[in-house]
Structures are given as structure tokens and as C-alpha cells.
Ligand binder design. Structure first.
Ligand code: GLU
Length: 344
């Protein structure tokens, strides 16, 4: 699963953002990245793979600043490469964004922006949002974000920074979670409270279609009609062990009770409802390839192996495609028969 962290305040943003990403690491991701406002410019560093790879890159290019955004990506559109990793920047270099979720109408928006001469640098659905905000930017970042999200269909948790407004951080959500953390003259954005709990216990949970404009001295919560909305500031308990075990006596017990939540989280931002049908977005880009699959091999270890076996029954039952589940640790030493049409 993917994650977002944002920071604005008096402290060094980079440490806070990387620290936050590390707390989200358990969720699984394929690449990560960070962007900061440094000396009036947006500086970005991205890497595929683990956060350690991002940290390695940052050693040779350390970033300094007090406003920034960071992301761990779980790719839906485009391979898990550095080029596709977030943050994504707008054509004019003015806007930088991180995004969780799926922009359903990105292909139409992309075509239109390309016809206006905008060159795309990634294969992601996200990049259209950066360009859209830049297109609408007219001296007011919040207004530009509001306009851009009025054009978007799909799900998003967004964090946005802007070169022309170096003292502003914007967050917005629809279908993907986003939390505002409130510190002493500093604020945080995160997709999960665990990314910021070591800095503040005061949080505001954004609702769908909320947008928050944050400056170092305060924040402004709005709905998509630019009307002010109020949400209670909540106190979250800081007890690392309790958070980890969630109040249960044992991790195993916790994980058993967590199953409905885990299923919801797995599908969050991925399940869109169109004409009464559930649609797992992101797959339809390869629909032709999917139709040609005549055999499926699931490789897994441990509990994932058992999950794979459930998958075997379900896929065979629903799709009528033969499935085999293989121990991943053995599979790599074999010479498996994989022909065109086999999906691993
Ligand atoms: N759809 C976006 C992408 O593929 C965001 C994925 C995510 O939620 O991490 O880059």
C-alpha cells in the first residue's frame, strides 16, 4: 500500500519526511521519493525499491528546507521505476505533488494536456494532476487545487507544494485517507497516523472532499465549494506498543481481528463503483494481455502461500483459468515451464 507524508514548519523537513516514510514501510511499496522547497526552488529525489535506496541517493544530494512532501508508491499506472515514482512535477516546474489512489479519467485529461503542448515525463495517472494544477494556477494555490480536483474522477489523497508559494502546503482527499497533524507552529500531513505520531498527538481526520491549506501559523479547512468546514481536533494516544498491538494481548489475536480492516485497506482507493459494478481499476490498461492468459502460477511463502491457495480456488471458480501455487523459495531453483499465456 502507498503512503503520503507532508511537512511545513520550523524544523528540517527532510528528517521528518523520511522518518515518516519509514513508519509507513510495513505497508509495502515499490518506490519512494521526496520533494522540498529549497532556496525558492523545488528539489526532488526519487528512487525505485526500498527507502534505503532513497536515503542512499540523498547522501549525495541532501535536501534542506522547511516545506516538503514525500511518498511511497504502490504502482497502478506505469512500472515501478524512478521516472514514475512520486513526487511528480508540473511542466513549468511550479507544482509538485504526491498522490495515493487512481485518476480514472487520466487518459482523457492527458490527451487534452498533450494537445496543448504539455510533455509528459512519466506513465502515471498522477502526472495529469500536477499539470492541471499548474494550468489553473493564477497566484492562489488553493484555488488551483480546487479547480483541478473538480476535473478529476477517481480516488486521491494528495499533498501539494508550489514554488511560487513556498510557505504553503495543501492536502486534499477523496477515497484515500489523509490526516492533518498539528504541532507547535508546525503541521504534518499523512495517510496514516503512525507516520506522524512521534511528533504530535493532535490530529484532524479529513473527510472525503475536504481540502486543507496549511501555512506555518495555521490551517484552513474547506470543502470543494471553497466553504469553510470544521472538524474536531482529536488526541491520539502515543503508546508505540499499544499502537503496534492495537490493544490486543498478542499480535496474532490482533491480526485475526484485523482482517476486515486489512481487506478494506487493501482495496481502498482501488475499488471504484461504476454502474453498480465493482471495478478494480488499473487492470484495464492491460485488458488484451489479460484475455490471453491461459495459466496462472502464484508464488508465495508462509501465510501468503495459504492465501495463494485460496486465490487458486477463487480464480479457477470465477475465471475458469487453471492455477498452481508454488513455494517461492523453491520456485527460483527450478526450471519451470512458462510459456506465452502463463501469468506468474
Ligand atoms: N496511481 C498512482 C501511480 O500509479 C498512485 C499509486 C499509489 O497510490 O501509490 O503512481
Amino acid at each position: 500500500m502507498c503512503g503520503i507524508v507532508g511537512y511545513i514548519g520550523k524544523n528540517d523537513a527532510l528528517q521528518i519526511l523520511i522518518g515518516g516514510l519509514k513508519k509507513l514501510e510495513y505497508r509495502g511499496y515499490d518506490s519512494s521519493g521526496v520533494a522540498l522547497i529549497e532556496d525558492g526552488k523545488i528539489e526532488t529525489v526519487r528512487a525505485s525499491g526500498k527507502i534505503a535506496a532513497l536515503e542512499d541517493k540523498l547522501k549525495s544530494k541532501p535536501l534542506h528546507g522547511h516545506v516538503g512532501i514525500a511518498h511511497t508508491r504502490w504502482a497502478t499506472h506505469g512500472a515501478p521505476t524512478e521516472q514514475n515514482a512520486h513526487p511528480h512535477q508540473s511542466f513549468d516546474g511550479n507544482i509538485s505533488i504526491v498522490h495515493n489512489g487512481i485518476i480514472e479519467n487520466y487518459a482523457i485529461l492527458k490527451k487534452k494536456l498533450q494537445s496543448e503542448g504539455i510533455e509528459f515525463k512519466s506513465e502515471t495517472d498522477t502526472e495529469v494532476v500536477a499539470h492541471l494544477i499548474a494550468r489553473y494556477y493564477n497566484g492562489n494555490l488553493k484555488e488551483a487545487v480546487l479547480k483541478a480536483i473538480s476535473k478529476i474522477e477517481g480516488t486521491f489523497g494528495l499533498a501539494v507544494i508550489c514554488k511560487s508559494e513556498p510557505d504553503t502546503l495543501i492536502g486534499a482527499r477523496r477515497g484515500s485517507p489523509l490526516i492533518l497533524g498539528i504541532g507547535q507552529d508546525e503541521f504534518y500531513l499523512a495517510s496514516d497516523v503512525s507516520a506522524i505520531i512521534m511528533h504530535t498527538q493532535k490530529v484532524v481526520y479529513l473527510d472525503d472532499n475536504d481540502i486543507v491549506e496549511i501555512k506555518e501559523d495555521g490551517y484552513n479547512l474547506l470543502n470543494t465549494h471553497s466553504q469553510s468546514v470544521q472538524h474536531e481536533v482529536q488526541d491520539v494516544e502515543f503508546d508505540a506498543d499499544a499502537i503496534a498491538k492495537g490493544g490486543f494481548a498478542h499480535f496474532m489475536l490482533k491480526e485475526i481481528f484485523e482482517q476486515p480492516e486489512v481487506l478494506r485497506n487493501t482495496m481502498r482507493g482501488r475499488l471504484l463503483y461504476a454502474e453498480g459494478n465493482a471495478k478494480l481499476a488499473g487492470l484495464d490498461t492491460n485488458i488484451k494481455e489479460l484475455r490471453n492468459i491461459n495459466r496462472i502460477i502464484i508464488t508465495a511463502c508462509g501465510t501468503s502461500y495459504y492465501a495463494g491457495m485460496v486465490g487458486e480456488y477463487m480464480i479457477e471458480d470465477l475465471a475458469g483459468v487453471p492455477v498452481e501455487v508454488e513455494y517461492a523459495s523453491e520456485f527460483r531453483y527450478r526450471n519451470p515451464i512458462i510459456k506465452p499465456g502463463t501469468l506468474v
